[in-house]
Ligand binder design. Structure first.
Ligand SMILES: [Fe+2]
Length: 452
């Protein structure tokens, strides 16, 4: 099996290229955007070919990635062929260059040329009649250039049923429903595959080129990769800087959990479902907590960083046992009565269970278990308080208000949030709910961030 190493900072381009090349060349795709990881992958996985973006920004610093990789290959006397995406010059080595905005066919042609794949080998790599494409891609499309199918599998056969007609507008709510029902891919006829991939790829490449010109990092511009629109981010008053730091913190957290099987499989479920309600809520809680951090009494410097690390962790773990959106939207013991016994039990105990889970994990930031336990206002992690009290940790108080705020925000579409009247309605509800000074103080801070 061929191994291709993709080095690129834009997650969407990575996923589109990964999808296209793994199906077309039956290849194993390795990917990273960090130079260190790339060198490790080259040493241990020995890829047959490397595809690398010429340059991009990582946490505000420009990285000449193609240059780093070509120098590294020169140093280790490696002859692995390289395709560079975007203008690039280098005095020696086995490489080809594609323009910033390339078409998928051009990339495939170069791969065939560099790997000296014969027509006979190509025939063996024939695509299936219907090619899968991850469902998340369809949130970003206004309309489609070809018919879209879903796969129905019975014990004896698989059938492909047309669900979206060529040229139709894509109904994002309908896509969400499929995703909620665990549909991971839509299918496209193989003859349409390149065209649709190009449609998606051009959108992403356009953004990369624009962001390179504007000097902004690619990650924050592509916040829609995470199904969280810029409108939403703007409405809650989170800056681009905070978005970038949040993305980084989440990546660091995910890395720290690798290898701990129970914890990492639970968190993977959330991190890999970026369109889910759970992911959006956790992400926004994390970003908002970071945004308000400098205004809180959470310390400075390293001390503050430790607190932020804890909050990132708590944002993604506090509701880890609740999978369904309706369970995540329960905020009182009364609402639990509408659930069946098993679900009710889970909802009542989820804070305590999550707190116990993180205690079993050695890398949990200090105090995260207590915050998780108190995130519905009780000190036992069981049930919901009728009246909020000031006798829990100040950080838990901030977390409770932020979570409620974010859950209101997510009840609105991102367009509706642009309307000041809707944002004011949210704060009206928050002020009604949080009357104790220690809670109201947090509402005041959020209000200032959002409305002004
Ligand atoms: Fe919860």
């Amino acid at each position: 099996m061929l191994k291709l190493l993709l080095i690129e900072s834009d997650e969407r381009v990575l996923s589109l290229l990964g999808n296209a090349l793994s199906t077309d060349f039956d290849a194993k795709i390795l990917s990273t955007f960090m130079a260190f990881d790339a060198k490790e992958l080259i040493a241990h996985e020995r890829p047959d070919l490397i595809i690398v973006r010429n340059q991009y920004k990582v946490d505000d610093e420009k990285v000449e990635m193609a240059n780093i990789i070509m120098n590294h290959l020169y140093d280790i006397h490696s002859k692995i062929p390289v395709v560079v995406l975007g203008d690039f010059e280098f005095p020696s080595g086995n490489f080809e260059v594609l323009p910033d905005r390339f078409r998928i066919e051009e990339l495939k042609r170069l791969i065939i040329k560099l790997l000296k794949i014969t027509p006979e080998q190509l025939r063996q790599l024939k695509l299936p009649d219907y090619v899968p494409l991850a469902i998340q891609n369809f949130y970003l499309m206004e309309s489609t250039s070809c018919d879209i199918y879903i796969k129905l599998e019975t014990k004896t056969q698989e059938k492909f049923i047309k669900r979206i007609n060529k040229g139709d507008t894509i109904d994002k709510a309908a896509v969400q429903k499929y995703e909620d029902n665990n549909v991971q891919n839509f299918y496209i006829k193989k003859d349409d595959h390149n065209q649709l991939l190009n449609q998606l790829l051009q959108q992403s490449l356009e953004k990369i080129v624009k962001s390179a010109k504007s000097g902004k990092g690619v990650h924050e511009i592509n916040s829609d990769t995470y199904s969280i629109s810029q409108n939403l981010i703007d409405a809650v008053g989170v800056t681009e800087h905070t978005v970038r730091l949040s993305n980084l913190a989440i990546a660091v957290m995910a890395k720290s959990i690798e290898g701990h099987s129970e914890v990492s499989s639970l968190i993977k479920d959330i991190l890999e479902n970026k369109g889910s309600y759970a992911y959006k809520r956790n992400y926004l809680i994390c970003a908002v907590c970071r945004e308000i951090a400098p205004l809180m009494e959470w310390g400075v410097g390293d001390q503050l960083n430790l607190q932020l690390e804890k909050l990132t962790f708590v944002s993604f773990f506090h509701d880890i046992y609740l999978k369904s959106e309706s369970h995540l939207k329960v905020f009182s013991n009364d609402e639990v009565k509408n659930l069946d016994l098993e679900a009710g039990d889970l909802v009542l105990n989820h804070a305590n269970m999550a707190s116990n889970l993180v205690q079993s994990f050695p890398k949990t930031p200090v105090g995260a278990d207590i915050l998780i336990k108190q995130h519905h206002g009780t000190t036992t992690g069981v049930g919901f308080v009728e009246n909020y009290s000031a006798s829990i940790s100040p950080m838990a108080i901030a977390f409770i208000v932020v979570e409620k705020y974010v859950s209101y925000i997510l009840n609105y579409s991102s367009n509706d949030l642009e309307d000041l009247i809707n944002r004011k309605a949210i704060f009206h509800s928050l002020y009604e709910e949080f009357k104790l000074p220690s809670y109201k103080k947090i509402v005041d801070i959020l209000n200032k961030l959002s409305i002004t």
